[in-house]
Ligand binder design. Structure first.
Ligand code: GMT
Length: 372
């Protein structure tokens, strides 16, 4: 098939899923065209059968706000015609789903199928905002096929947008080999390493509850020799720094910034924290598990579909930093249990979320749209 993928190129989970999906599809023999305003973070080089098309953003004095969605729709239509695409796969309803539907109209009567993947905040936050809600609903209703990244998001989409159509659950995925390249974190943590490494990776937006990350870490650090590695960047990064200083743990917090490969860092972690207020799936939690790192997270959204309380990590109510810290301290103080959790996390990540299980589900969805 000839597939176009449009997504956010930045370090959010939807861009990561879209990019890795495109690369695996190309490995499987499909032609894949990425369309975005910048090359996606994990598309550092172009593998065979992959092309990248940049949406140009120009400023005109007349336009106070550049209408990116329209420029994107025009570019999508151009690439559809030029590369003779069969399917346009939009990751995130706003603006990609809407722009893909516009492109479909532009190229009409040429046949083009639009597949939309809803990732989470496009339903729970952004797309649900009154300024976008009618467009989000129209996009979900008019795409040729829609997938969602968890059963939670499936139910939430129906609840918030009152849509009747089929929403196919296709989970996020990992490439086990990528995590294999790194040493199993069980080895250093159980034999040589005395200082424990706690890790958090995100885009530092309010939904990630960065303050909770610092509060949980401060409690852990008061009982266990440990350091906190913060990976990523975003508006709440200064909040983390201020609070860590206030709580007297700043010297044990390291800010790594944005990285394109998280597996090497995860191989150094003993525990991963994800105390988000909402999370439709939690791709970073899955990546941590794939590296054998147990997860302490909020019992919210799609996280319980990924992290199993009491065997691959622990879940606690949103904001319950006491419970999260208690679970973390208990786990880090019991080497046997910590190792068992790490191994179970790695096994579940590989048995349930290997890309070889998930990518064919997208291929079937594309094939289904092309036969209807
Ligand atoms: O909030 C983020 O982490 C970014 C966001 C995105 O769209 O890039 O992530 C969402 O999509 C990921 C990939 O499907 C999911 O794993 C994340 O859980 C989801 N984030 C939220 O729902 C907050």
């Amino acid at each position: 098939m000839r597939i176009g993928i449009c997504c956010y190129p930045s370090h959010g989970g939807s861009g990561v899923v879209a990019t890795e999906l495109g690369k695996h599809l190309a490995e499987g023999g499909h032609d894949v065209s990425f369309i975005s305003y910048a090359a996606p973070l994990r598309l550092t080089e172009l593998p065979p059968r992959v092309s990248f098309h940049e949406v140009e953003i120009e400023q005109y004095p007349l336009l106070k706000h550049f209408p990116y969605t329209l420029a994107l729709a025009s570019k999508l239509a151009d690439v559809v015609k030029m590369n003779e695409l069969d399917v346009l796969h939009a990751h995130y309803a706003i603006p990609f789903g809407a722009a893909a539907l516009l492109a479909k109209q532009i190229v009409s009567p040429r046949e083009l199928k639009v597949v939309l993947t809803l990732h989470g905040t496009d339903i729970t936050l952004v797309g649900n905002n009154a300024s976008f809600k009618p467009v989000t609903k129209m996009t979900i209703e008019n795409a040729d096929a829609v997938s969602v990244v968890s059963t939670f998001l499936q139910e939430e989409t129906v609840r918030q947008f009152d849509v009747q159509r089929e929403l196919n659950v296709i989970y996020n995925f990992i490439d086990p080999e990528r995590h294999d390249l790194e040493p199993c974190p069980c080895i250093p943590q159980c034999t040589e390493q005395s200082q424990k490494t706690i890790m958090h990776i995100s885009n530092f937006r309010p939904v990630k509850r960065i303050r909770d990350v610092i509060h949980v870490f401060a409690r852990i650090a008061s009982r266990i020799d440990s350091r906190l590695i913060l990976v990523g960047d975003g508006p709440d990064a200064p909040v983390a720094q201020e609070l860590a200083s206030e709580l007297g743990v700043l010297d044990r917090v390291k800010f790594v910034g944005i990285v394109d490969r998280v597996a090497p860092l995860l191989s150094k972690a003993d525990l991963f924290l994800l105390p988000s207020s909402t999370e439709s799936f939690g791709l970073v939690a899955l990546e941590a598990m794939a590296s054998g790192v147990p997860v302490i997270a909020s019992d919210i959204g799609g996280i319980p579909e990924v992290v199993e309380h009491g065997s691959t990590g622990y879940l606690a109510p949103v904001g319950d930093v006491e419970a999260m810290a208690r679970h973390a301290i208990d786990l880090l103080s019991d080497e046997d249990r910590h190792c068992a959790f790490g191994k179970e996390a790695q096994e579940q990540a590989r048995n349930r979320f290997d890309y070889r299980l998930i990518v064919p589900q997208y291929e079937s969805l594309y094939a289904k749209t092309l036969t209807t």
